[in-house]
Design a protein around this ligand. Sequence first.
Ligand SMILES: C[S@@+](CC[C@H](N)C(=O)[O-])C[C@H]1O[C@@H](n2cnc3c(N)ncnc32)[C@H](O)[C@@H]1O
Length: 376
Amino acid sequence: MTTQLSPKTTTRRPAVKKIHPDVPVNQILRGDCVAVMNSLPPKCADLVFADPPYNMQLGGDLWRPNMTKVDAVTDPWDKFKSFAEYDSFTRAWLTAARRVLKDTGTLWVIGSYHNIYRVGSVMMDVGYWMLNDICWVKANPTPQMKGTRFCNAHETLLWAKKSADQKKYTFHYRELKAGNDDKQMRSDWYVPICSGREREQRNGKKAHTTQKPEALMHRVIAATTNPGDLVLDPFCGTGTTAAVAKRLGRNYITIDREGDYIEVAEKRLANISPALLTSPDEHGILLGGPKPRIPFVSFVESGILPTGSALRLKGTTIFGCIHADGTLTAGGHRGSIHKVSAVLLGLPTSNGWTAWLYTDRLTGEERLLDALRPGA
Ligand SMILES: C[S@@+](CC[C@H](N)C(=O)[O-])C[C@H]1O[C@@H](n2cnc3c(N)ncnc32)[C@H](O)[C@@H]1O
């Protein structure tokens, strides 16, 4: 039996939303993030995502066994004289972010063991209410060179609402579950670090030491905003948040003090086109197997099966369209690859991995989704 879930939680809001006329929407602003946020109208942002300085306090260079230098975070923007100075900076930007957040908005902050405990404590002090701490498990972490500690293989993302009594905020629980092969999305996320061609370059070198992977931002933005929402990132860097927001049909504002990073982010954003499929008519009705090794949504997040691309139901001429959250719409139904194929084939259950075909971008050949999974 397939369960039809109420469409209440689907993303049905229009992609074009009313945004305060004084908001410099879809822009990268140069300046100190506290001053810039304080210049914006209050309660204008649906989501704040922040990747603040880590305050790593690194002393001396780090070397690999083959005597190449590790590209560590030693940038001037990451230096603070003391914990007290870092805490006071943290308090200032978290307070400014809370002022610009709508009463239905939420805040995400990413950090490492160097700063996340201090940031979390200040977040609670200024009034935010924790919803989750997500463990971003790095599929390919940098090894611990000195052999004196465990290899640091994760970062933490704190997700919070504005206050304890805030009733409403955006969380696409059902879509996330459907995109995760009908299992609840958990708080441990396995995502590779940003590397290879994804790394922004400037003058032939890595443009930024702490560029975050787009796949990570994809999950955050798809899970906790709607098309047309305004996403604000006070620490732009190479513009990862803005890039993913634009691709997913969200609006953005992002801020950085450094002109060089802004230049990189501007170029990056100019090359991004919003994904297909943000029209509410195409969303369909959300419908409510053996454990897969990789959730279907991972292929969407990593761009292997881009948002808006098509799958064909094997043995039919029925096409489905992939959403940012890993759900599929076909024949007026929306849900996991499994539920949608089951309902279209009139079966009680179906294995979506062997029911749907995708088109290989290199060869143009149709292949079963199952071929994408390791060991298939
Ligand atoms: C950790 S990095 C963000 C990296 C980004 N998430 C990315 O994927 O490229 C922090 C950024 O914040 C900027 N920054 C630091 N302090 C700032 C401040 N007070 N106001 C605005 N930007 C600041 C730095 O220049 C740096 O680019």
